[in-house]
Each structure stands twice: as C-alpha cells, then as structure tokens.
Design a protein around this ligand. Structure first.
Ligand SMILES: NC(=O)c1ccc[n+]([C@@H]2O[C@H](COP(=O)([O-])OP(=O)(O)OC[C@H]3O[C@@H](n4cnc5c(N)ncnc54)[C@H](OP(=O)(O)O)[C@@H]3O)[C@@H](O)[C@H]2O)c1
Length: 245
C-alpha cells in the first residue's frame, strides 16, 4: 500500500493540530507526500523542531510550523483567523490532539487528572472544530482522530474512554447541525505502531498508514459524516479501496 503517486492535494492547505504527536507525525508526512501545504500548530517550539527533523528536508518545504496555543476558544479563533489571513484558505483539518493515559480506576482519579485528560482535551477538540469548521473551504473536510477506547471502556483508562466518547458525539452533533454543508468525519483507530511504540501486531496500522487513511478521507467527497473504523490493516485496505472508487 502506498499513498497515490499523483499529487491530488497540490495547492491545498491542511491544518494538523496534534501533528507533533506519535500519530500526528504520520498524518503530517502523508499530506506533505500528497502535495499539500501542511500547517502544524503546537504549544511547544521544541516539539515543532523535533517534528521537522523527523519529517526530513525532502518534505519540509511545504511544512509550516507555528508556536501557538489551541486549548481555548479565543486561542483557536485567533489561530484560524491568522491562518486564513496568511494563506487565503483552509481546505482540510485533521485533529490528532490528545493521547493515552492510564493507571487509575474512576474512583481514584484526582481533579487534576480529570482536568488534564478529560477537560483540557475535550475543550481543545471543541474549540478547534468550532473555530475551523466554519472557515473551511466549501469542498473541504474536518477529520478527528479518535481511539477504540471511545467506544469500548478500557479499565484504568476510564477518563480517556469518556473523552473519546465525547469527541465522537461532538462529531455526530456537528454532522447533524451541518446537514452536509461541510464534510466531517472521525477515524476510530486501534493501537498504532509509532515512534514511541515501534513494535506491535503486524495487523495494527502504523502512524504513516493512519496518514494514508486521513489523506484518502480528505480527498473522497463520498466519505462524509462517518465513523471510519481503522482497527487493522484490512480496514485500511477497505478505506483506500473506497477512496479509489
Ligand atoms: N498512539 C496510539 O496508539 C493511538 C491509538 C488509537 C488512537 N490514538 C489517538 O490518536 C490521537 C493522538 O494520539 P498520540 O498517541 O499521537 O498522542 P501524543 O503522541 O501524546 O500526541 C498528542 C498531541 O496532542 C497535542 N495536544 C494538544 N493539547 C493537548 C492536551 N491538552 N493534552 C495532550 N495533548 C495535547 C500535543 O501537541 P503539542 O504539545 O505539540 O501542542 C501532541 O502532539 C488521540 O486522539 C488518540 O486517542 C492513538
């Protein structure tokens, strides 16, 4: 499997919040490979510098990094406004914000855990979608990256599951309200092989394969208002086949 050799996303602007992360890296690489200009905001310049090194000089020509917060409604409004002003249009957004956490049963978590794992991440997802969806190009798309634990409770990671479930319902609520005005989807991932976990079941997707799926969803108008389940490489093949028509 490989990203289509054509560059169907030439001239398109794709924003990848969370692009510095384990899964985000693969998404950034795939959109750059497909010819898009990719914008990655991050709360940390050092994480952006590390991302640029991971992506490598062959592809970073169209990578724009920006140190900026995106954890509040004001932050994301300011970010989206600035990007539209500077780049003229935003075609696709793929949000890979959030990460894994575990170790406590629900009755053991502290208010600090709750704030960090549920409130901060849920607020960022809501703020991003709220600011970017109305600013997307008419034929653009918004894709949220989510995990299997949003549909199936994972012991000792209950607050990750709860946040994931909120994220999936946020997408459904957007779809119900948008009524086709913009395409919005989520990718529900199984475990992903990535730079922090380089080994794993060969049926699991790699971060680069998650990127392939995200590119396919962005460029396929018929994939709209869906939970795209990507537990295994078999699921990826089905999604790519759908995108290929
Ligand atoms: N890794 C997996 O195996 C796996 C499996 C299934 C699903 N997923 C899903 O993939 C997405 C990304 O996971 P990941 O493993 O790539 O996580 P990660 O490596 O921890 O990266 C998470 C990214 O989210 C950004 N972020 C912004 N606000 C945040 C906040 N309040 N708390 C934590 N991170 C925040 C960070 O960007 P900055 O710090 O640069 O701003 C960071 O780059 C999540 O939705 C996760 O559920 C991952």
């Amino acid at each position: 499997m490989s990203t289509p050799t054509a560059t169907p996303l030439d001239g398109k602007v794709v924003v990848v919040p969370g692009g510095t992360g384990n899964v985000g890296e693969g998404i950034v690489r795939a959109f750059l490979t497909a010819g898009a200009t990719v914008v990655v905001p991050s709360r940390s310049q050092s994480r952006l510098d590390a991302l640029a090194k991971l992506i490598g000089p062959e592809l970073t020509g169209n990578l724009k990094t920006i140190e900026a917060g995106y954890g509040t409604f004001d932050d994301t409004d300011a970010l989206a406004t600035k990007l539209v002003e500077e780049l003229g249009h935003i075609d696709h957004v793929v949000s890979a914000v959030g990460g894994w956490w575990m170790g406590k049963a629900l009755w053991q978590i502290s208010e600090e855990d709750w704030q960090k794992v549920f409130v901060d991440v849920a607020t960022s997802h809501m703020a991003l979608a709220r600011s970017f969806v109305p600013r997307l190009a008419e034929d653009g798309s918004y894709t949220g990256i989510a995990g299997f634990s949003g549909q199936k409770p994972y012991p000792a990671a209950g607050i990750v599951s709860m946040q994931g479930a909120a994220q999936l319902m946020m997408r459904e609520a957007f779809s119900a309200e948008l009524k086709g005005q913009r395409r919005i989807n989520d990718l529900i991932l199984g475990p992903v092989i990535n730079r922090s976990r380089p080994g794993g079941d060969p049926n699991w997707l790699t971060a680069d394969q998650v990127g392939e799926a995200a590119v396919a969803v962005a460029r396929t108008p018929s994939i709209a208002d869906e939970h795209v389940v990507l537990d295994t490489v078999e699921d990826l093949k089905k999604t790519l086949a759908r995108a290929a028509g």
